[in-house]
Structures are given as structure tokens and as C-alpha cells.
Ligand binder design. Sequence first.
Ligand code: 13P
Length: 258
Amino acid sequence: MTDRKPLIAGNWKLHNTVAESQALAGAIAAHVGDGSACEVVLGPVATSLAAVKEALGGSAVGLAAQNTHWEDSGAWTGELSPALLLDVGCGYCIIGHSERRQFFGETDAGVRKKLAALLVHKIVPILCVGESLEQREAGKTLEVVLGQVEAATEGLDAVALAPLVVAYEPIWAIGTGRTAKAEDAQEVHRAIREHLAELKGKSWADSVRVLYGGSVKPNNAEELLSQPDVDGALVGGASLTADNFIPIIDAGIGRAES
Ligand code: 13P
């Protein structure tokens, strides 16, 4: 269907102790082994990053942080930096999650700085974008989502942005059990890709993975992942147990093989 390797990422948010994180990571690593047609990434809380890295051992499962600062070091109490994430073995970092935008005052300008800093360190940024219910009902979905993508990538060209992953997460679908219809997700994903093509060039835009997030579950993953521009999933609640997450990984493998 496409050359883009599907990517299934688990965002554990503020869940799991070190021991729980290790056990879950071990179960996922055992399923994925040392290679898979689908890229799999786990995003534990920061205090579990090192332990999860160890639990993943030689498996192909990648490690993601849930946030970063843009500076490498300095007087930034409470922050983590791309340099430190790299030090602990992170190959990916989620940025601009709606929970950070909503509850921690994260702005488009801050997200752009984080994106640029991650690229310098060759950490794959997973850039989250998405509209609220109010914005969707006002017909502003594409304006909001494309605006967020544009602001985060401003001043960066396709070469610098090469590894970028975008996650479209409609806010009204996060943790609510309300998923976007597969065709509605596809429409936004296609619009994101077309906008990236206009801004930065088509050949790069065609290589960018655009994930869907928002109440992805074992029973809807396959349908979402059957859409041409839905290259994977960013999974919250259903990534917290191996029983739920493994079928979603398998849906990603199914997409790769279709
Ligand atoms: P849920 O899968 O729990 O809706 O969360 C989605 C999400 O926010 C992933 O980043």
C-alpha cells in the first residue's frame, strides 16, 4: 500500500511504577522480538525510562519520552533535555500533546523549539496536533490542525525534518471512548500530508508517518489502520496492558503486509 513503515506507539501518560513498567515492557518486547514489519515504541513516565530501556533488552521496541525541554542543560528546574533523553536511550519523544497544551500552557512556539532541539539530537519527534470538540463543531478542524503543524515546523526544511512523525489526536476522542470515524481521520491525515507537501516538498511529505490517536482499541485499530494515510497509532489507555496493546501492534503488522 505504501513504503511507510507502520508505527504503533504507547503513551503511558502518568501510569505505572518502575516494576509495572518493566513487566509491561518485557511482555511487549517478547511479542515484538528483534524485528517486526511494524515499528513499536513505548512511552513510560520519565522515572521509568532507564528501567524500561533495560527491560526492552535487544528487542526492536523503541523508547519514547513524553516531553522534553529545548535546552540541553541549565537552570530549568524540573525539566528534562534531549541530551539526557538520549543518554537514557530514548530514540523518540512525544511533543505538543494536547494535555500539555491544555493543562501546562504549552504553546506552538515552545513546541517548535522542542521539535528543533530533538532533531539536533536525532531523536524522532512525535508531534501531536488536534482540535477540540468546539473547534470541530465550528468547522475549524483543518484550520487548527494544519496551523499547529505549520507553526511547529516553521523555519525547518525537509532535510532537517526528515524523521518527523505527526500524531493527529482529536481532543474529543482522547480517553473518551469516542473515536473519529476512520474516513474522518483519513480526511484529516490526508490534509496534513498535503499541507506538508505544499510547505516542504512532496517526496518528503509522502514519507512522513501520520499516526492517529484517540480511543484506539483492539476492536477499532484494524479499521483505522486500513485507511491509506493512517500510518499507525498513538495509544493511551489501551497501551497499558499487553492484552490490549498486542492486538493493536498486530493490526500495524497487518497494515505493513497489506
Ligand atoms: P487514549 O487512547 O486513552 O484515548 O489516549 C490517546 C492519547 O492521548 C495518546 O497520546
